[in-house]
Design a protein around this ligand. Structure first.
Ligand code: NIG
Ligand code: FE
Length: 417
């Protein structure tokens, strides 16, 4: 059945029309349609424009006009391109220790860190993981996120990682949010693996990834490149093998030390995420590549570390996505709009740059072309705020919550979130 509807008038529609994938963006480049309206057709955007024109088009086509009674500013549904929201347990103890000045190593030695979450996630059933994820997905939808990437990486055995991917798939099927799964079995070498890091990589490549492909559980793969995780040689082998097998690649790169972003570039990854430690050389190399840098300000805030050099990346000509990195350890906050607002202010980004980072540039980091802009043909994912000026959305630094969210053209009520 074909369903079409016209909606308006919006105080403003921020379409993201015509903005490039890479480079700095100025305020004047942002298309702001004052007193706008949209036609939604079969879950897609049919037309966007000035309300009077859209209203008469709707009339001619015999479409139902949905009259908005509050002043709303519409932006594309938000895309959170990097999360770890499939997990069990809490790491509040780590947080307190970090806040009190303990180092990562001291925390790991005291039984905290990623390994703590691994043990709790291994002990959780697939159903329990799905249920807790559904709560988090509902929270994301209420905060305006309509597409989210979710990584495995807290089980680190073939069976455990498959359990995570199946839980992610089940949650995606039950939620209205589009869930993009990513395999991260190379998060750290599990403490109970009897072998070297390279042997663990080989075990994943031969025992785990063929099943992922067979069961079509994910098309994306990730690795954490860092001293306490995987080195450059192990990462190159893992990534180049998976690329040949047809996986899309993304990398946890340059978080505390450099090297990872160059591996991401050399292996043709779609994105390189973190980059807090990236220097001028890494910034220039990323700008000259097709890799999308992804800033994770939630991790900087959760660890008390430097931010990704967003300004320098954009000025060098790179793209820049911004994601929450929501996870129980380094980034427990999980609010994309708050993260993006704070990061924008810290890095001196224009609001078009911040908006691009959580919409079409974030979609591109996931290899998705059909979302992130409110233009004809795109998936009708819309987040709307009760205000007359889009700048208010960032001014309130995440405290202005969406008044309405449409997912694939469907208005989401509180109850169905
Ligand atoms: O993106 N850097 C590695 N992985 C996660 C942290 C995971 C955790 O601490 O549980 C990150 O920050
Ligand atoms: Fe992460």
């Amino acid at each position: 059945m074909s369903t079409s509807i016209a909606i308006g008038p919006f105080a403003q529609i921020i379409s993201m029309n015509g903005l490039p994938l890479k480079g700095a963006l100025r305020d004047e480049q942002l298309e702001v349609i004052e007193h706008g309206a949209m036609i939604l057709k079969n879950g897609r955007v049919g037309a966007v424009g000035e309300a009077t024109a859209i209203r008469s088009k709707a009339k001619t086509e015999g479409l139902f006009w949905y009259e908005l009674e509050k002043p709303l500013v519409a932006i594309p549904g938000l895309v959170d391109a990097h999360t770890h929201i499939c997990f069990a347990g809490s790491r509040a103890r780590d947080y307190a220790a970090r806040s009190g000045g303990k180092t990562y190593l001291e925390i790991a030695q005291a039984g905290g860190g990623i390994w703590d979450t691994v043990q709790r996630t291994r002990a959780a059933s697939e159903e329990a993981l799905t249920a807790s994820m559904l709560d988090r997905l509902a929270r994301l939808l209420r905060s305006g996120v309509t597409t989210v990437e979710v990584k495995s990486g807290y089980a680190l055995t073939v069976e455990g990682e498959l359990k995570m991917l199946r839980a992610i798939q089940a949650a995606g099927q039950k939620s209205l949010v589009d869930v993009i799964p990513t395999c991260l079995p190379a998060h750290i070498v599990p403490r109970d693996f009897a072998g070297t890091a390279m042997e663990y990589v080989m075990y994943l490549l031969t025992e785990f990834f063929p099943i992922v492909q067979q069961e079509q559980l994910a098309k994306r793969a990730d690795i954490f490149i860092e001293a306490e995780a995987f080195d450059l040689v192990e990462a190159r082998h893992y990534l180049s093998t998976l690329r040949q097998a047809g996986f899309d690649l993304t990398v946890h790169a340059d978080q505390f030390s450099t090297g990872g972003s160059q591996v991401a570039i050399d292996c043709g990854a779609r994105s390189a995420d973190h980059l807090e430690a990236s220097g001028e050389m890494e910034v220039q190399a990323l700008a000259q590549s097709e890799v999308i840098p992804v800033a994770l300000p939630g991790a900087s805030l959760g660890l008390g570390c430097a931010f990704t050099p967003g300004r320098r990346l954009l000025d060098a000509g790179a793209s820049l996505a911004i994601a929450s990195d929501w996870n129980p350890g380094s980034a427990p906050m999980g609010d994309l709009l708050t993260c993006a607002s704070i990061f924008g202010m810290a890095e001196k980004l224009s609001l078009p740059e911040v908006l691009a980072g959580i919409t079409f540039r974030a979609a591109a980091a996931l290899g998705l072309q059909q979302r992130g802009r409110l233009i004809e043909g795109q998936i009708a994912d819309i987040t709307a705020f009760e205000t007359t000026d889009y700048r208010e959305i960032f001014y309130h630094q995440g405290q202005l919550r969406p008044a309405a969210v449409w997912k694939s053209g469907q208005l989401i009520s509180e109850a169905s979130a």
